[in-house]
Design a protein around this ligand. Structure first.
Ligand SMILES: O=C[C@H](O)[C@H](O)COP(=O)(O)O
Ligand SMILES: C=C(OP(=O)(O)O)C(=O)O
Length: 373
């Protein structure tokens, strides 16, 4: 039996925990609630200059033109699997910038600047969630470092691509993004499709992790439609958002149980898109299940896809490459220094290995242009 004293103490302890976030019946599994800076405050501190906004607009328009058949170039989303270091990301951007310029007639190069990682089970969830890579989850620092980095990269006239995973974080950075992905694990999620319907940039939906392309076709249909849903304004106020729908949307073939980058896979994906009344066009991811997560296989996949493009296939509107300063990957080990310029998530090809791949893709686009007259 509980004594009167014990009962009083228990009640007092429970009451002392009572806040709007933690009541007798709510928040029971939440261990802490910390304040988050508002997107408006961050944007006031790190505004997008006129020049930065022009880069974003120009690149979004160019990608939109590719999606609507007004531009015959290939969209190339290339860069690290994930960002974990500002200086290394800038070093990569400095190398990529002249390649972008060199191939500008044939390729629309957009740098992968991925801050949010969807995990199969658990693991480091990216630079916004844990910018110090030590489990301290300094998210206020994470959103600020992310915005600062994007401004630094776009300031070099290099457009950026992100994956949209969290549903609140877009408000901190989406004005700077030229192209966004919805990942294989979230393509089926209604919330992510709704988000895509309101994003200002073109959006690619990965096929499902099992290789299913119907789920991505459904996602495109959903994202092209208007929606009403709950969100957070830049001032940090909960709000009802009504969107117009996003017609700059496409599928990304990333493989599943088996790779899906071959001509026959493109035919099958396009047949599925056609059934859904969508344009027959695909972006092909050289990495993930298309490379069986073996980074060097991206080069083989790239050669195959370049061959399809050179043969005149206009349905291939883009490709994705996971590339870092140096090849391979490494684990984050507490107390151990990281190797410079090496991915801490999926293995990447090196920049040196990326350069000839970009040239091969540019030559393939030239051949396609010739083949199609
Ligand atoms: O692109 C990155 C990974 O493939 C994805 O985030 C899943 O990673 P994981 O299987 O290592 O958790
Ligand atoms: C996580 C990614 O891909 P996918 O969703 O295809 O696994 C990615 O491109 O980083």
């Amino acid at each position: 039996m509980t004594s009167a004293h014990e009962h009083h103490t228990k009640t007092a302890n429970a009451e002392s925990l009572h806040t709007l976030d933690h009541t007798r019946t709510d928040g029971l599994r939440v261990s802490s609630v910390r304040p988050l800076i508002s997107p408006a405050l961050l944007q006031e501190k790190w505004p997008a200059s006129e020049a930065v906004q022009s880069v974003v607009e120009r690149s979004r328009n160019a990608i939109s033109d590719v999606l609507h058949g007004r531009d015959d170039r290939l969209v190339v989303v290339v860069g690290p699997c994930s960002i974990h270091d500002h200086a290394e990301a800038i070093a990569y951007a400095n190398l990529l910038r002249p390649e972008m310029e060199r191939h500008a007639r044939d390729l629309i190069v957009v740098m992968r600047v991925y801050f949010e990682k969807p995990r199969t089970t658990v693991g480091w969830k990216g630079y916004i969630n844990d910018p110090r890579l030590d489990g301290s989850f300094a998210i206020n620092e994470g959103v600020e470092r992310a915005r600062e980095l994007l401004l630094d990269i776009i300031g070099r006239e290099l457009p950026v691509a992100v994956e949209y995973l969290d549903l609140i974080s877009p408000q901190f950075i989406s004005d700077l993004v030229s192209w966004g992905a919805i990942g294989a694990r979230t393509t089926e999620s209604q919330s992510h499709r709704q988000l895509a319907s309101g994003l200002s940039c073109p959006v690619g939906f990965k096929n499902g992790t099992d290789g299913g392309v119907k789920v991505a076709a459904d996602a495109i249909v959903a994202a092209q439609a208007p929606h009403a849903f709950l969100g957070l304004t830049k001032m940090g106020q909960s709000a009802i958002f009504e969107t117009r729908g996003n017609h700059d949307t496409h599928i990304i073939l990333r493989g599943g149980k088996v790779p899906n980058y071959s001509r026959a896979d493109v035919d099958a994906a396009c047949a599925e898109l056609k059934k859904s009344g969508l344009t027959e066009q695909v972006m092909i991811d050289f990495s993930h299940a298309n490379s069986s997560k073996q980074h060097l296989k991206q080069i083989e996949v790239g050669a195959d896809v370049a061959g399809q493009i050179a043969a005149g296939d206009a349905r291939i509107m883009g490709v994705m490459i996971e590339s870092h300063l140096n090849e391979g990957r490494q684990d984050i080990v507490p107390g151990q220094k990281l190797k410079p310029g090496v991915s801490v998530t999926d293995a990447c090809i090196s920049f040196a290995q990326t350069v000839p791949l970009l040239t091969q893709l540019a030559q393939a686009v030239q051949a396609r242009r010739k083949a199609r007259g």
